[in-house]
Design a protein. Sequence first.
Length: 281
Amino acid sequence: MQVIETIHEMHQQMIAENKQFKKIGYVPTMGYLHEGHLSLIKKSKSENDITVLSIFVNPLQFGPKEDLSTYPRDFERDYQLALKEGVDYIFYPTVNEMYPTETSVKVMVQSRTDVLCGRSRPGHFDGVATVLVKLFNIIGPNRVYFGLKDAQQVAVVEGLIQDFHFPIELIPVETLREHDGLAKSSRNVFLSEEERKEAPALFKSLQMAKQEMENGEHDIEKIITLMKDYLKSHTSGVVDYIEIYSYPQLEPIQDSTEKIIIALAVKFSKARLIDNIIIQK
Ligand code: PAF
């Protein structure tokens, strides 16, 4: 496994791999790898000749109230995990390498951002899209892997790839779950013992909503109220949002909608958990 820190070297290596007709799978991350990332790496390994992992904490996607300096980092641990999974290259640039001067062009994401978590993070997805344009151009992957736990990010990246004509296949990977259905997250450790027992109710409420829809219920407000009531009576958490949209457009459901996302965020005492399911209409 090679660790590459400069854009020039990364680009040259990828061109060399390309010349040998190697299929390049790419997993973009901000490091501090968890099981979710490892599942993306595993999938990339199974579908490509080489797998590239990038570790870059992107300042552009942090809001003024979000603390970039306290974002968790542990390169040595990430290195060992990537090595164990059989990653071929880690791209690990510094902020100065990626942004030597203030960027003169930024990507502005026009839709899919003013709902769900994006509503409370203005500018966040502009930062994500801007860094991804750079990373896609540096690495030139055939396939890119993203977890569906952050389904809004997947929707934004889908739009980016389509609108900017990147010849990249986006592979969304299913959320990993504990045996009781709770979506795996590094935030779960912040739940108290009691909250951990309650937390599977999030996935149960999503399944309940799915069942209602499959049974022919079309009244979105009614489904949301049902979920809210369920969460209120089964958890001590406070519902931040429950929203239902077309996917990946993230717009109100219409007759022509093919896929639907049911998404929620619930605040517990020390952790805010998100989860979603995507269903065929
Ligand atoms: O999901 C993340 O870790 C980041 O948003 C990404 C895609 C690596 C861009 O910085």
